[in-house]
Design a binder for this molecule. Sequence first.
Ligand code: HEC
Ligand code: HEC
Ligand code: HEC
Ligand code: HEC
Ligand code: HEC
Length: 202
Amino acid sequence: MMQVGVDQGYQPVQPIHYSHKIHAGDNGIDCKYCHSSARVSKTSGIPSLNVCMNCHKSIYEVAESTATEEYSKEFYDGEIQKLYAAVGWSDADQKYTGETQPVKWIRIHNLPDFAYFNHSQHVSVAGIECQTCHGPVEEMEIMSQFAPLTMGWCINCHRDTNVKVQDNAYYTKIHEELSKKYGVDQLTAAQMGGLECGKCHY
Ligand code: HEC
Ligand code: HEC
Ligand code: HEC
Ligand code: HEC
Ligand code: HEC
């Protein structure tokens, strides 16, 4: 029963073949350019098609050298056409037609509703890299779930990872008191309260 609801490796076929390898890897586009809310809110979110069009108004095809044995240039160019159809862009006329059809991206990572997870707490406050939890995304031609997202996975990291107290006034006093209590210099997320049921379940 331990594996029920554990979707590690889940890799659905998306409505548009969107390659993180080509965008975040080969072209070095920053994760937060598209997933901009990760820094400041609970969710990371999926970018709207307008964000895609910042570039794709002018990028209507891929270079020959982007094609691989598995995916041809024609295939990739066809996927960019799908983006145009969805956002209602006529490349011939260089204008929007007004006819849109939203892309229904299939959600991959999904915690049960009774567990609370917050991106900004981990990304901005703790300074953890996206890749620590999501794996080598910049190498993924097709996105898949890297971590098991089980309670044990959360807890183990809270036991092992020190809280980043430097340059964070919020922690100065708490750090002083707790490090005395535990007799240590560095505090783990667990010692800071990261094992309390109510932090993740309420
Ligand atoms: C140019 C825009 C863009 C960039 C840059 C980008 N992503 Fe994404 N990301 C998407 C889109 C679109 C999806 C939804 C389609 C998919 O799952 O492949 C997505 C999906 C994801 C998902 C899965 C979401 C789910 O449903 O669970 C993760 C995790 C993710 N991105 C992480 C990253 C990380 C980490 C980086 C940087 C290394 C990054 N992304 C860079 C556009 C982007
Ligand atoms: C910052 C610029 C930028 C943004 C934003 C961007 N792209 Fe791209 N896209 C590129 C570049 C560069 C290429 C590759 C061109 C090449 O290889 O010659 C590309 C290639 C593609 C391709 C063909 C390769 C593949 O991934 O299948 C598709 C489809 C595509 N983009 C869809 C999207 C979608 C959907 C979004 C929004 C979620 C998006 N792009 C956002 C720059 C961008
Ligand atoms: C500490 C681990 C951790 C880190 C660091 C992390 N994520 Fe996530 N991410 C998760 C978990 C857990 C979920 C599932 C959240 C849920 O279902 O409520 C998730 C979900 C997502 C999703 C799906 C949409 C959403 O918001 O639920 C995207 C996209 C994503 N992460 C992108 C990123 C990007 C980009 C970064 C870096 C800026 C990042 N993540 C950093 C653990 C992490
Ligand atoms: C890669 C390591 C890592 C993983 C994986 C991780 N966390 Fe964390 N988490 C941290 C760190 C470090 C902190 C302390 C951040 C800070 O400085 O406040 C933290 C803090 C938290 C807090 C705030 C605790 C408090 O005392 O206020 C919650 C809630 C939380 N995490 C939930 C989760 C959940 C739910 C998961 C699994 C879905 C998870 N975390 C996975 C490293 C991780
Ligand atoms: C750091 C975050 C975190 C803390 C702290 C935490 N949990 Fe969880 N818990 C989760 C996540 C995420 C899940 C969902 C994933 C899973 O079922 O493994 C979960 C699942 C559960 C489940 C459902 C298990 C199942 O098989 O469906 C129960 C019951 C539970 N937790 C009880 C507790 C109790 C009791 C505590 C305190 C002793 C606690 N949790 C502390 C994150 C946490």
